[in-house]
Design a protein around this ligand. Structure first.
Ligand SMILES: Cc1cc2nc3c(=O)[nH]c(=O)nc-3n(C[C@H](O)[C@H](O)[C@H](O)COP(=O)(O)OP(=O)(O)OC[C@H]3O[C@@H](n4cnc5c(N)ncnc54)[C@H](O)[C@@H]3O)c2cc1C
Length: 328
């Protein structure tokens, strides 16, 4: 019994890994015509998303599953995937500061820092904020590559193409992010800037709007990211350059230090139409959808990949049981 997984971003790769662990053979398909959202992602993993974030009820479980998966893949891959542990989130205005302070009283994994504390610890010279100890930043492109390499090592086959003949498969999982079937998702365009900087005078990862994360290359960083609901096409464009201006303003960075743009990247984020959690749905006798990870791809991918794998294997077992009863 074989399952085809279409799409090798966080979603498809996590689903494939969990299927393999359940003893199911997996073929992976991805034509890789352009960078996926998972490759463009700035790699932040934490449960506090949004201007006035609230921690979702299941966030600890999602964090645990995501962190465990990333750590185990890092160990098997043999190169660092975790760029940094702990994320600093500045409070940019007083209502946000009050909100962060309240959050820190309820959740002991985060710490509120006054402006003076933040300055003293080198997080930011200008803002109070949240220190999210359990948050982390991964090198996202390398993580995607590591997941794929490990899947291949474990016996999955990878085809750099779309799937033409569905006949050989017991189930097909469409994990195609922004290319998911119309009518199931809404999407926006996200852009990041790659910059080369000789000196960054504050803590990274710096999670604000815009935020700053590390890359595998020395002195090269990602500034992210835009949320564009209207766009001409998915090609990266210079409208993203505003991110650099905003970050410089926000951090009051000395204009004499060189922060040069060396690249721009863009991809689609896909969101479910109504619910807040990813879409896992059986859409025909053989086909499943796994998409809508939105801006929380890392937080969701491990837990929901496992959930999907359980649903698919339970469904396949049910059908083979029914089939054998009919034969008897
Ligand atoms: C600029 C930006 C910054 C972000 N930063 C973060 C962050 O810091 N932390 C975080 O958690 N999330 C972040 N996200 C969100 C995160 O990237 C997404 O939630 C996640 O990558 C979605 O994963 P996915 O596997 O569903 O889709 P994708 O990663 O887009 O993967 C879909 C794959 O399907 C493939 N595909 C398309 N059509 C077909 C087909 N017909 N057959 C086979 N394969 C096909 C594509 O080539 C692609 O590789 C960011 C997103 C963007 C755009």
């Amino acid at each position: 019994m074989k399952v085809a997984v279409l799409g090798c971003g966080y979603a498809g790769l996590s689903a494939a890994l969990h299927l393999l662990e359940k003893g199911v053979k997996v073929d992976l398909y991805d034509p890789k015509k352009r960078l996926s959202a998972s490759e463009v992602s700035t790699g932040f993993l934490h449960p506090y998303v949004g201007k006035f974030p609230r921690k979702p009820k299941q966030a600890d479980e999602w964090m645990y599953e995501a962190t465990s998966l990333i750590v185990s893949i890092e160990k098997a891959y043999g190169k660092p995937l975790i760029a940094a542990k702990g994320i600093f989130r500045p409070a940019l205005f007083s209502a946000q500061e009050m909100h962060f302070l309240r959050l820190s009283k309820k959740d002991h994994s985060i710490r509120f820092l006054t402006k003076e504390e933040s300055q003293k610890e080198g997080f930011s010279s200008f803002y109070p904020g949240l220190w999210m100890e359990e948050g982390m930043q991964v090198y996202s492109k390398r993580y995607v590559d590591a997941l794929l390499q490990i899947l291949i090592r474990k016996g999955a086959q990878f085809f750099a193409s779309t799937l033409d003949d569905t006949g050989n498969y017991a189930a097909i999982i469409e994990a195609m992010g922004g290319d998911s079937k119309e009518g199931y998702i809404k999407k926006n365009k996200g852009q990041t800037l790659k910059i080369k900087a000789d000196h960054i005078p504050f803590h990274i990862p710096f999670l604000s709007h815009p935020h700053l994360s590390k890359t595998e290359e020395k002195d090269v960083y990602l500034i992210g990211s835009t949320y564009e609901k209207t766009y001409q096409n998915i090609e990266p464009d210079s409208s993203a350059d505003q991110l650099l201006i905003d970050l410089r303003k926000q951090t009051k960075s000395n204009s004499s230090s060189s922060w040069d743009i060396v690249g721009r990247e863009a991809a689609f984020r896909a969101y479910p139409l109504e619910q807040k959690e990813p879409l896992i749905e059986k859409i025909s006798q053989k086909k499943w959808l796994f998409t809508g990870l939105g801006s929380k791809g890392l937080l969701f991918h491990a837990y929901f990949g496992r959930l999907l794998a359980s649903k698919v294997t339970a469904d396949l077992a049910l059908h083979s049981e029914r089939g054998s009863k009919v034969q008897r």
